[in-house]
Design a protein around this ligand. Structure first.
Ligand SMILES: [Zn+2]
Length: 281
């Protein structure tokens, strides 16, 4: 704990590979733990360069640890209870996101200790996540120019963009269907009941009751079909998936490219603005 006093640890989903990213706030030091794609989408991404993460663990001079949920849309659980901020120990049970992704505090602390240990930084530079590629001039981190002139083919990004576009079209179509169902729900319930009542008054009560009941059932079915409109959430998830995969193809860089159509990227990006790799297509 000694070397972590006064430090803030950021944790969240690693953009791209979907492991748990552990970062020391305000530094270039971060590393991912756990298997690829082990962290569910309900855990917010940790992007130390932007200062964003799912949660922060602040360690004060006395070694006390305070866990803070960083975004209002995040959920964080301590010992099974949802918290915004809570004092924790190294053996506290912590879960991130509505899928209750369980994190191992001891492993996070051990990783953070390694990240801030100067001896290890020299012999073994920290693994840089997608959000913090090598930075020229920062000690202990590979200088970009060493890999800078490599050439990478960005053509595979075209398929990623197409998949995103198809996904958005699918979400749009689904929302259109939902809106139609909503309109239908009103017409069916009202029309069916009115028609049913008229039939009942005209001396055909059985037909009237049948129609009223059918209209009610249809109305209820339509209500439940349209109740769970997830299109806003679906859109957000699709965009996050794109941001996680629409990256510089240089494995040492993996910096996010603008979330613009592939043709636009192809025209405007002849090289990576970060690692300086040349792009072909
Ligand atoms: Zn790059």
């Amino acid at each position: 704990m000694q070397n972590l006093k006064g430090k803030n640890i950021l944790i969240g989903k690693e953009p791209g590979a979907g492991r748990l990213l552990v970062a020391i706030e305000g530094t270039q030091f971060n590393t991912a733990i756990g298997p690829a794609n082990s962290v569910p989408a309900t855990v917010s991404r940790c992007m130390p360069a932007q200062g964003t993460a799912h949660a922060r663990i602040s360690i004060d001079a006395g070694g006390n640890m305070l866990l803070t949920n960083l975004k209002p849309q995040n959920v964080t659980f301590v010992n099974g209870t949802r918290v915004l901020s809570k004092h924790i120990d190294s053996d506290t049970a912590i879960e991130l996101g509505s899928d209750h992704f369980s994190v191992n505090m001891a492993a996070i602390l051990a990783t953070a200790r390694r990240l801030v240990s100067p001896a290890i930084q020299v012999s073994q530079p920290p693994v840089t996540g997608a959000s913090t590629p090598p930075v020229p001039g920062v000690p202990g981190i590979k200088v970009a120019s060493k890999q800078g002139q490599s050439t990478f083919n960005i053509k595979p990004l075209e398929e990623i963009w197409m998949r995103y576009e198809n996904e958005m079209e699918r979400i749009q179509a689904k929302q259109k269907r939902t809106n139609t169902m909503r309109a239908l729900q009103g017409v069916l319930s009202l029309g069916g009941i009115v028609f049913g009542s008229v039939m009942a008054m005209c001396g055909a009560p059985a037909v009237g009751i049948l129609f009223s009941c059918a209209a009610l059932v249809l109305g209820i079915v339509a209500f439940f079909l349209t109740k769970n409109d997830t299109s806003a959430e679906d859109r957000k998830l699709a965009l996050e998936r794109l941001e996680d995969t629409y990256l510089c193809p240089n494995p040492a860089c993996r910096k996010s490219l603008p979330t613009k159509p592939y043709k636009w990227v192809e025209r405007n990006y002849t090289s990576c603005s970060y690692c300086k790799s040349k792009f072909t297509h």
